[in-house]
Design a protein around this ligand. Structure first.
Ligand SMILES: Nc1ncnc2c1ncn2[C@@H]1O[C@H](COP(=O)(O)OP(=O)(O)OP(=O)(O)O)[C@@H](O)[C@H]1O
Length: 309
């Protein structure tokens, strides 16, 4: 049995005017670390809120540990841990008080399940009398994770747990998730950061409430079958504009300090260099690179947008 089953789930707001989740289906296996990857407004929070029984679906079905999200909502609330993107902590309570509060709500004690949170808690323990409102982003995130874990959930729902957190704390956080997964906890996590997708067993790329692709990160990257170029020149904006006009271009976009582009397979590198040089660009560098998840997402997005036109 899967830990999470989602079938044709749909959610609208404002009397059907806003389609936030559009007929999506997926399954998460027991002990799997599964990522929902997508930009702001893609529908991730709506999915989390339906799965944690805080929001009713318009259509479709979903279950967690075999319990239906509508019919068995009380059972689900007792067995899952949820770390919402915002406002999960009581800002005026200290670290200690927040943790005790969440333990009491679930009829347990911090001592009873301490082994599960120990690794994380020891990193914030020396600030245990500090109010949550006065903690750094990384510390808040660790406390929120402890609070979500304190009743020993079977499944953890983490909605953008690393948004607004520094890169070192982000990395530490993913290391923690890996350890929790090793203890058999199923984890559904959302993130807008493409680099974090690689840390998941499987991911679903989401846009406008739809799943564009669902697979392991490696398989998603492998589905990018074309030759991808990284291109640099002395001026970025003219480079992007010129690439758009290059007759053999299939797609191009800014990617950090480079432009990434796909061309007709017959294109010769020299043709491109000559084209750019003749139009005044200098210090041109061209390299064929391995695509990232982000490149694949951009490609799927443009295919999706074309289909909508
Ligand atoms: N209560 C609401 N009323 C109206 N529209 C809403 C409501 N909640 C979400 N939406 C809209 O539904 C869509 C999906 O939002 P959702 O919050 O689920 O996405 P998300 O991927 O979690 O993005 P974010 O990270 O910005 O929260 C967006 O267009 C959003 O504006």
């Amino acid at each position: 049995m899967s830990a999470i089953t989602v079938k044709n789930l749909t959610k609208t707001y404002e009397k059907g005017k806003i389609l936030a989740v559009d007929n999506i289906s997926f399954e998460v296996g027991k002990g799997e670390l599964f990522g929902l990857i997508g930009p702001d407004g893609a529908g991730k929070t709506s999915i989390f809120r339906m799965l944690t029984t805080l929001l009713l679906p318009d259509k479709g079905k979903a279950s967690v540990d075999g319990f239906d999200v509508v019919r068995d909502f009380k059972k689900i609330r007792n067995t899952v841990g949820y770390m919402p993107g915002k406002f999960s902590l009581y800002q005026d309570l200290t670290i200690e008080e927040n943790l005790n509060f969440f333990a009491t709500v679930f009829n347990t004690t911090v001592e009873e399940n301490y082994s599960l949170i120990k690794d994380i808690y020891i990193q914030i323990e020396k600030f245990k009398t500090r109010r949550a409102g006065k903690l750094s982003g990384g510390m808040k995130q660790k406390l929120a994770l402890c609070c979500a874990l304190i009743h020993k959930p079977t499944t953890l729902f983490l909605d953008e747990p690393t948004t607004g957190v520094d890169p070192v704390s982000r990395k530490e956080f993913w290391d923690m998730l890996k350890r929790l997964k090793e203890q058999g906890i199923t984890i559904l996590v959302s993130t807008p950061y493409m680099d974090e997708a690689n840390r998941c067993d499987r991911i679903a790329l989401i846009q406008s409430g739809k799943i564009l692709s669902i697979d392991t990160p490696a398989a998603i990257i492998n589905s990018f079958s074309e030759k991808l170029y990284a291109i640099k020149a002395n001026k970025m904006y003219p480079l992007l504009k010129l690439l758009e006009l290059f007759p053999q271009r299939k797609s191009s976009y800014a990617f950090g300090e480079f432009a990434h582009a796909v061309f007709d397979p017959q294109m010769e590198d020299n043709e491109l260099i000559k084209y750019l040089e003749e139009r005044g660009l200098k210090q041109i560098e061209i390299e064929i690179i391995e695509p990232t998840i982000e490149d694949t997402f951009i490609k799927l997005l443009s295919r999706y947008n074309h289909a909508q036109e």
